[in-house]
Ligand binder design. Structure first.
Ligand code: AMP
Length: 402
């Protein structure tokens, strides 16, 4: 699906200052970056703007500081980015983000130079989409590019508000475009059969995703913790499994909706059970497998069983498009990771376009070594979920149409 928004590809940026919102919200340990995937994902857009002779001013949030806090400085990102670009990236240390220091660094720029501003959340107005900070950001550039898919579901100054005060062009970057190409095609124009796989902890977190995907897909697979509320809604004993009693009616509604629409709704046939939740989470625990019609009242369902792995894998293998969000079990524990591994393996084996919707499932796919086998792993957990819910993402909505 081509996104009907201006794109970095066709921007005239020679000699112009270009503010680029990236998602540099990387994991840090003792001040060092432990995973630079998000920085690497931003390189195509930055390189294109360098090649076209823009003056590139990068900005991003990092973590959740409420005020300037050296623990959340973007300085390590500037260093890593310099290495990746083989080019000096000037870090504009400035608690006001767009204060005197940043303006000085920007004034000194030549075409093709790159400056990285300090963490946008050092300004408290960022999260409130406040006018003053939006105006400050707009005042330092002539062109705005949003390439921060991971933050596109948030209407903050740097992702949305800034565009109200920009006088020049606004566009999306390559990463944003790629995310929407994959997620948008899957939801709006999928090659069929389209199989959606949902897992993770709670039904309540994914109410709108379940309902929206049921409209769009041919088969909806529900595994993980959320499956037990569905099984209980079907009248089964689920013991001490994670159940959201307030959502039983909702699950019944979804089961009826699937029937009415003629969609396959696949639920677990068997499950791994234990007498208690692993504590610590990776503790060695004995798990046994039972059919879901046979769960003892004092047991806890913590993963899908082997028959379910086969059922889900077969559905994925015959698909042309698969979207997956949420693990099939408590995958942090090796004994209970088997269902999640089986689904990842099935996606690796299929010829379908496979899209992993960020968050825990993306982490699981990477951790389990299947990353290279997927068509697309989204960089935005929350953003991809909201997109799959059918919501408009403000960070994309505010960009000028083509
Ligand atoms: P989410 O953030 O909703 O994608 O949920 C991910 C979490 O769901 C992971 O930490 C899993 O351990 C957890 N989870 C998956 N299956 C179960 C289950 N059967 N019971 C409890 N938690 C689960």
């Amino acid at each position: 699906m081509a996104l009907n928004k201006k794109n970095v590809e066709n921007l005239q940026v020679k000699g112009k200052k270009v503010l680029v919102r990236c998602d540099f919200n990387v994991p840090l340990k003792d001040g060092s970056i432990t995973n630079d995937n998000r920085i690497v994902a931003a390189l195509p857009t930055i390189n294109k703007l360098i090649e076209n002779g823009g003056k590139i001013i990068l900005c991003s949030h990092l973590g959740k500081p409420k005020a300037p806090d050296s623990k959340f400085t973007l300085a390590p990102v500037a260093k890593r980015l310099s290495e990746l670009l083989s080019k000096n990236v000037v870090f504009a240390a400035d608690d006001a983000v767009v204060g005197d220091n940043a303006r000085k660094a920007i004034d000194a720029m030549s075409d093709g130079d790159v400056v990285l501003l300090e963490n946008t959340r050092f300004r408290a107005e960022e999260g409130k989409n406040g006018e003053a900070f939006s105006k400050d950001l707009a005042s330092i550039a002539e062109v705005y590019v949003n390439d921060a898919f991971g933050s596109a579901h948030r209407a903050h100054c740097s992702t949305a508000g800034v565009t109200s005060f920009m006088t020049g062009e606004t566009a999306v970057g390559y990463l944003m475009n790629k995310e929407i190409e994959f997620l948008g095609n899957a939801v709006e124009n999928p090659a069929r059969p389209f199989v959606a796989i949902l897992g993770g902890a709670k039904v309540a977190d994914k109410l709108n995703v379940i309902s929206n995907l049921l409209d769009k897909c041919d088969t909806l697979i529900i595994g993980g913790g959320m499956a037990y509320t569905f099984l209980k809604a079907k009248g089964m004993e689920v013991g001490k499994s994670l159940v959201d009693n307030e959502k039983l009616d909702y699950c019944k509604e979804m089961i009826a909706k699937a029937e009415k629409l003629g969609k396959n709704l696949l639920l677990p046939m068997d499950t791994a059970i234990a007498s208690s939740f692993p504590n610590p989470i990776d503790a060695e625990i004995p798990a046994e497998y039972v059919d879901v019609t046979n769960m003892p009242a004092d047991s806890l369902g913590l993963d899908i069983g082997p028959k379910t792995c086969e059922l889900f894998a077969n559905a994925a293998k015959t698909a042309k498009t698969v979207v997956w969000n949420g693990p099939m079990g408590v995958f942090e524990n090796p004994t209970l990771a088997k269902g999640t591994i089986a689904v990842a393996q099935a996606l690796a084996d299929t010829d379908a376009t496979t899209i992993i919707g960020g968050g825990d499932s993306a982490a699981a796919v990477v951790q389990l070594g299947f990353a290279d086998e997927m068509s697309h792993i989204s960089t935005g957990g929350g953003a991809s979920l909201e997109y799959l819910e059918g919501k408009v993402l403000p960070g994309i909505d505010v960009i000028q149409d083509r």
